[in-house]
Design a protein around this ligand. Structure first.
Ligand code: SF4
Ligand code: SF4
Ligand code: SF4
Length: 201
């Protein structure tokens, strides 16, 4: 009972009541770095799939064929609002708020690629990565079950008893090699770099 009286007395202190009824918070404003969900501008989507390829969030964006048009559809429940799709679209079909206006204005763009790394201490030289890679099989249909290949066009092959990476730039980032590696020896990492483009006068 005494503690209840104490709390009531505390609550009724004039300075506390004043704060309670007259406290003012700063008006809410959107910070300049905030990016909203991407939305489609009036520009026409050509169906190049660049946005889907660069998107790091599973099932966040899908380029769909609707009637006679391609439509990039963003799923807000999955989208993390990174803005990469907006920056990757060569046609400027997507927009996502202020930060893009800034990057557009100063000519910054993002370029990304995939980097493959094999940990030789974990690699068992089984060749699974080379054999499972869809691009490898496309480049060399004769690719051996051991992962060796006579073609210099494959992404990677078993050579001299280890995995040799020849054409990292052809990697699509599908991560099939990672999934099929029995020892988690191969890693596919997306690398993103900001590049300065010529700004139109
Ligand atoms: S903003 Fe990022 S997470 Fe969202 S759809 Fe675009 S690329 Fe994917
Ligand atoms: S991520 Fe896909 S395309 Fe790239 S090396 Fe692995 S399997 Fe091949
Ligand atoms: S699948 Fe893994 S263990 Fe086998 S060769 Fe490739 S990186 Fe090495």
């Amino acid at each position: 009972m005494r503690s209840i009286i104490y709390y009531v007395q505390e609550f009724l202190r004039p300075e506390w009541l004043k704060k309670f009824f007259f406290a003012k918070t700063a008006p809410l404003s959107t910070p300049p770095y905030f990016k909203d969900y991407p939305f489609q501008t009036e520009k026409e989507c050509t169906g190049c799939f660049s946005c889907m390829m660069i998107c790091p969030a599973p099932e966040a964006i899908a380029v769909l064929r609707r009637k006679d048009q391609w439509v990039p559809e963003v799923y807000p429940g999955h989208c993390i609002r990174c803005g990469l799709c907006v920056e990757a679209c060569p046609e400027g079909v997507l927009s996502s708020g202020r930060i893009l206006d800034v990057t557009r204005r100063d000519g910054t763009a993002l370029s990304s690629w995939y980097h493959l790394e094999v940990d030789d201490t974990l690699c068992m030289r089984c060749g699974n990565c080379c054999v499972s890679c869809p691009i490898n099989r496309q480049e060399d249909p004769q690719l051996a079950a051991t992962g060796t290949s006579a073609s210099d066009e494959v992404i990677m092959r078993i050579e001299g008893g280890r995995v040799r990476i020849l054409h990292e730039e052809k990697c699509t980032g599908c991560k099939t090699c990672e999934t099929h590696c029995p020892n988690r020896a191969i890693r596919v990492a997306r690398m993103v770099e900001g590049v300065q483009k010529e700004v139109e006068a």
